[in-house]
Design a protein around this ligand. Structure first.
Ligand SMILES: CC(C)(COP(=O)(O)OP(=O)(O)OC[C@H]1O[C@@H](n2cnc3c(N)ncnc32)[C@H](O)[C@@H]1OP(=O)(O)O)[C@@H](O)C(=O)NCCC(=O)NCCS
Length: 177
């Protein structure tokens, strides 16, 4: 379901799949071949959401942002890069994710967090406001701690996971869903 807020409706590039039970409101831009799975709620109302190409936002995830204020003139939009896998029931709020990232199921990422390229965040992790997660590392825990460098297999898996979801959403599109 695509809904407008103050006359602005979500803008989807070619090949984007949005499950019919997802709710996307307002200023949301999604680049090609990304996918939004059942029961995702994303509100681009008091700031904007930008999602890159071949990124998947899995079931039940919630995406929101923080409005601009005197002390924070840009607020915190939500910006997600290319080839990102956002697992089931993740909360992403006013943060910036780079490219080739896996956000494990149930993780919570708060305002003004920056996740650099090629990072895995374990299931159930809590990333507190204003943290930067460094490229090439696994982070786990609540609050998250840097666990170890990613292996070559894991770095490869980040791209494979995104590609798997491109294939899956193509199958759903072919079904007419
Ligand atoms: C973190 C993760 C990548 C596994 O990393 P790993 O290094 O293979 O983990 P291991 O199984 O070797 O466990 C290493 C330690 O970390 C712990 N651990 C594993 N996952 C953890 C998590 N998410 N949070 C906290 N601790 C975790 C293990 O219990 C183990 O602890 P121990 O040494 O005290 O026994 C994985 O558990 C995970 O969370 N994956 C996310 C998957 C997902 O959500 N995908 C999206 C949906 S498709």
């Amino acid at each position: 379901m695509l809904r407008s807020y103050k006359g602005v409706v979500p803008n989807l590039a070619e090949g984007v799949y949005v499950d019919e039970s997802a709710v996307l409101v307002g200023d949301i831009t999604i680049a090609s071949d990304s996918s939004i799975w059942p029961l995702v709620a994303a509100r681009g109302d008091v700031n904007y959401i930008k999602i890159g190409a071949r990124t998947n936002i899995q079931d039940g995830s919630v995406l929101h942002l923080t409005r601009a204020s005197k002390s924070n003139p840009d607020g915190y939009p939500l910006v997600i890069g290319d080839d990102v896998t956002v697992g089931h029931k993740v909360m992403l709020h006013g943060c910036k994710l780079g490219n080739r990232i896996l956000v494990g199921m149930g993780a919570i990422i708060m305002d003004n967090v920056a996740v650099e390229d090629d990072v895995i965040i374990g299931g159930g992790a809590l990333v507190p406001p204003n943290k930067t997660l460094e490229s090439g590392y696994l982070y786990v825990g609540s609050p998250v701690k840097k666990a170890r460098p990613l292996t070559e297999d894991e770095l490869t898996f980040l791209k494979v996971s995104a590609q798997n979801y491109v294939q899956l959403k193509n199958e759903y599109l072919e079904e007419g869903q």
